[in-house]
Design a protein around this ligand. Structure first.
Ligand code: ZN
Ligand code: ZN
Length: 362
């Protein structure tokens, strides 16, 4: 509850810079983050001293329980509620989420407020982008606890399922065992469809899982996550059934060295590009630069991919309290691939690793 008030106050502190006197929040995850309300329909109308959650009759009772800091207004599918709130709070410039609102929805906002006789006629709708998302990059204590739980569930599920993998299992069978293990430990769902890429499929960073049977000696990339009370984990491990060949050892040891180097050397104040380069330099040095085609990592929280972005060409700085993945990989077409991914939080200037699933040893 107090955490929610802190988040709303953080949003209010951006109003001046944004040139708005209220924000209309429409994005599902931003609405959840800023109110605690987990329903899938509704609008937050946040002013300097007011907070209204406008939702329909399916959700008003739930909203009252989940968002105690808000006044809950019952609305219909029409936008006749908007002019009333605008005149009640004397709003002149209303920010909206231009990275979420469709052209159609914006037209409805405009139609609802244009020519209104109760003060909304002079309203200016101000597009803003990435504002709650920017706040969400920093995790408060409540969020870190939930995120850690979702990470622990994924770690545990991976550890248990890894012991069961044998030659002849299909990728789909392994993915299903992971899904069962994640749900049995209390996750509400997977955080994304599990990737199990074996042999040549491991060379495709976003292969999902299929009917291919696992063979001895080949790389198996498993990328998975759990969703616990909204928070998503994201974990990748690469394993082998039986004895890996020399190629695997060379690639795996390079990815592991790159991953550990980034974890140990990333610091508060580095840009996303600086951090990306910590791992990339190790991979380039080993001669696999062309085979590491994706970015080093991404923020993780209510969405499995969110700010901050840890990638070359990202010049925004990494700051204390941010959580993100560190996941270098090497992919060799026709042979296979290796990726290793942990989630970290920046604390006391450095990264603290939140993932504890064991790593394969060559
Ligand atoms: Zn992942
Ligand atoms: Zn990831």
């Amino acid at each position: 509850m107090s955490a929610i008030i802190g988040r709303v106050d953080n949003l209010r502190s951006k109003f001046e810079e944004l040139g708005v006197d209220a924000m209309l929040v429409t994005d599902d995850e931003n609405r959840r983050y800023l109110s605690g309300f987990v329903g899938t329909a509704g609008y937050l109308f946040i002013t300097q001293d007011g907070a209204v959650l406008a939702t329909d009759s399916r959700y008003t009772e739930q909203a009252g329980h989940q968002a105690p800091g808000y006044r809950v207004d019952r609305i219909t599918g029409q936008f006749d509620w908007m002019p009333g709130l605008i005149s009640e709070f004397g709003i002149k410039r209303l920010g909206f989420e231009s990275d979420n609102v469709t052209v159609q929805l914006l037209d409805r906002f405009k139609a609802a407020t244009a020519g209104s006789e109760n003060g909304a006629a002079h309203l200016e709708l101000v597009p803003t982008a990435g504002v709650p998302l920017g706040l969400r990059a920093f995790k408060d204590a409540d969020e870190l606890a939930l995120l850690q739980r979702s990470i622990d569930i994924a770690d545990h599920a991976f550890t248990e399922v890894a012991k069961t993998i044998s030659a002849g299992d299909t990728e789909d069978e392994i993915a299903w065992r992971i899904e069962v293990a994640v749900r049995e430990q209390g996750a509400e769902s997977l955080s994304f469809p599990t990737i199990v890429g074996s042999g040549p499929n491991a060379a495709l960073p976003h292969h999902r899982a299929g009917e291919r049977k696992i063979q001895e000696g080949e790389s198996i990339v498993i990328d998975m996550g759990a969703r616990y009370r909204g928070y998503c984990s994201d974990l990748t491990r690469t394993v082998v059934v039986g004895k890996p060949d020399d190629q695997f050892k060379k690639v795996y040891d390079t990815v592991l060295a790159a991953q550990l180097t980034a974890v140990e050397s990333v610091e508060v104040g580095m840009t996303g590009a600086d951090a990306d380069n910590l791992a990339r330099a190790v991979i380039v040095e080993a001669g696999f630069g062309e085979q590491f085609g994706h970015s080093l990592g991404h923020g993780v929280g209510l969405e499995v991919h969110e700010a901050p972005w840890v990638a070359s060409r990202v010049d925004t700085k990494l700051e204390a309290g941010m959580t993100f993945t560190i996941e270098p990989g090497i992919y060799i077409s026709g042979w296979g691939g290796v990726r290793i991914e942990d989630v970290v939080v920046l604390e006391n200037g450095r990264a603290r690793v939140l993932s504890h699933a064991p790593k394969f040893e060559t």
